[in-house]
Design a protein around this ligand. Structure first.
Ligand code: NAP
Length: 206
């Protein structure tokens, strides 16, 4: 599949690297050509501008900080028409009361920013390092990747992308439920930061 990545940081390199290793045609798009070129060279991807990456693929991964994502997607809405747009952003901020979500759910904001794209929330739960595993398998179980979307096109695309890197798609309902994926990330990251292990809270009874 052709995949454009908006952003050239950690997620672009790790998840983009998993996709190039799986044989996908990936373009990393960055606002700084040097950083995009370096990130792309490291994983065997092409590089370009944010706009070129938005136009490159059947799918586009939004891999910029949550605070920057709505404006970036809005500015590229015309480039993203008819494409699956994958939102992996987590809008979390540290507060005195712990890690909190900041503002309206990101998935809804990005869907509104590019109404003619097929928005899907996915890949936001795991730390960036997980996507460097080939494949991500834990206790003999392939990693489950939860996703939320309203669009059959996005479902087919994201399921194919998840399977291609050795993971298992976990459909979690429509985009309205993406807020739960965002809240789950905030809870899990908060647990990690406080020294706890989120997985220990979800044991499987024999
Ligand atoms: N890191 C994780 O473990 C993890 C896990 C799950 C989800 N996520 C989410 O994935 C997203 C990306 O995270 P990351 O770890 O890849 O971040 P990162 O390493 O800091 O990279 C962020 C990228 O976004 C670009 N960027 C920032 N502001 C921009 C703007 N206004 N316009 C265009 N590009 C902009 C940066 O460009 P410059 O290099 O030019 O600054 C950089 O390429 C975030 O929303 C994060 O919440 C991260």
């Amino acid at each position: 599949m052709r995949i454009g990545i908006l952003g050239s940081g950690g997620m672009a390199k790790s998840l983009g690297g998993a996709w190039t290793a799986a044989g996908h045609d990936v373009m990393i798009g960055g606002r700084d050509e040097g950083r995009a070129k370096q990130a792309a060279a490291g994983i065997g991807a092409a590089h370009g501008t944010i706009e070129e990456a938005a136009r490159h693929g059947q799918a586009a991964l939004v891999a910029v900080p949550a605070q920057a994502a709505p404006d970036l997607v809005r500015a590229n809405a015309h480039n993203l028409t008819g494409r699956t747009v994958i939102d992996c952003t987590n809008s979390v901020v540290p507060t005195a009361g712990g890690l909190m979500l900041d503002g309206e759910p990101m998935a809804g904001q990005l869907a509104a920013a590019a109404p003619a794209a097929y928005l899907v929330k996915a890949f936001n739960l795991c730390h960036v390092s997980i996507w460097t595993l080939r494949p991500p398998v834990f206790e003999n179980n392939p990693l489950a990747v939860p996703f939320c979307t309203d669009h059959p096109t996005a479902t087919a695309a994201v399921e194919a992308l998840i399977r291609s890197i050795g993971c298992t798609p976990a459909p979690c309902g429509g985009l309205a439920r993406a807020a739960y994926l965002e809240a789950t990330a905030a809870l899990a990251i908060g647990l990690w930061w406080s020294g706890s292990e989120p997985r220990a809270a979800f044991p499987v009874h024999a």
